[in-house]
Design a protein around this ligand. Structure first.
Ligand SMILES: NC(=O)c1ccc[n+]([C@@H]2O[C@H](COP(=O)([O-])OP(=O)(O)OC[C@H]3O[C@@H](n4cnc5c(N)ncnc54)[C@H](OP(=O)(O)O)[C@@H]3O)[C@@H](O)[C@H]2O)c1
Length: 277
């Protein structure tokens, strides 16, 4: 039995679909089972990764877990997973984590690194997925593209190698179901470095109308985002954006190495999600 956490999220919903398509016995853990429609063959259990005492039913009989990283949840999850007899864990970590730094740079890297550390010390088989920026982050532009052809945001020239959530999920599904991934850290990127302005241009090309990225002062955008993003996470996002101006984002071939097919481009991602815009 494979337990999928984060199954209502960008990545986890693809992980769930791939495992179901593959005929695997799957259970999901969610805080609100009633808020989603689930495939008939999936066992759905309520639980909260922030409360290890709530995980017993979800973990009972699970030998493999796709783990969403909830800040501070590492030690509690590891204790519950060991007690339940879990053997293998694939963690959705973050490309912000660095193995070179003794102290992680910022809160996003820190909390993912803490969960990685708990798993490294657990005696469980672990695989860490460290994605770069998700292509799905540009869904935050959808409200603007529905009402016009200009996307306003911070740092037009900030570059990333946006990764398709389906590619992260494909790597996860391989690591969950195949041997040979234990102790591996996969750095997952899209195939090319693109600035915000270039992503907006590609979005427009796929939608068939010219879409332009208009740069706003960082502080203005930060204020707007602060309504729904916690301050330490905002700090991390703005630090990454400001530091990636004028710098090509590195790309890796880990998606292809694990799945046998090259990482999908940002253009392919827009084609898959065009109706959202
Ligand atoms: N966005 C990026 O550019 C980026 C880049 C690198 C890494 N990441 C990492 O990727 C993750 C985001 O993945 P995503 O976009 O697929 O997720 P998402 O769409 O933000 O969805 C969050 C998922 O996590 C589950 N969840 C949240 N808190 C939970 C809790 N306390 N207990 C149980 N489940 C909980 C939610 O489940 P329910 O609501 O159903 O309970 C939901 O399925 C984060 O860890 C992020 O740091 C993101």
């Amino acid at each position: 039995m494979i337990l999928v956490t984060g199954a209502t999220g960008n990545v986890g919903r693809h992980v769930l679909d791939l495992l179901v398509e593959d005929g695997r016995a799957v259970r999901v853990l969610t805080r609100r089972p009633q808020n989603a429609v689930w495939p008939a063959e999936v066992d759905v259990v309520a639980g909260d990764l922030a409360d290890a005492a709530s995980l017993g039913t979800a973990l009972a009989g699970a030998d493999t877990v796709f783990l969403f990283a909830v800040p501070g949840s590492g030690p509690g999850f590891v204790a519950a997973a060991r007690q339940a007899g879990v053997r293998r864990v694939v963690l959705l970590s973050s490309g912000a984590v660095s193995d070179d730094d003794e102290v992680q740079d910022g809160p996003i890297a820190s909390y993912h690194a803490e969960i990685e550390q708990a798993l490294r010390a657990s005696g469980l088989e672990w695989t860490f997925l460290r994605p770069d920026v998700f292509a799905a982050n540009t869904l935050m532009w959808a409200g603007q593209t529905k009402s016009g052809d200009v996307v306003r945001g911070a740092y037009a020239e900030a570059a990333a190698a946006p990764v398709h959530e389906a590619d992260i999920a494909a790597v996860a599904a391989a690591a969950l179901t195949q041997d040979g991934h234990a102790g591996r850290v996969y750095e997952l990127t899209g195939p090319e470095s693109l600035t915000h302005a270039e992503q907006a241009r590609i979005l427009g090309e796929v939608l068939g109308r010219p879409i332009r990225f208009a740069e706003l002062p960082a502080e203005t955008v930060r204020q707007a985002m602060s309504a729904h993003v916690p301050a330490p996470i905002l700090d991390g996002i703005f630090k990454v954006w400001s530091e990636s101006v004028g710098r090509a984002a590195p790309t890796t071939t880990d998606v292809e190495k694990v799945t046998g097919r090259p990482a999908r481009s940002y253009r392919e991602w827009v084609l898959d999600r065009a109706t959202a815009f």
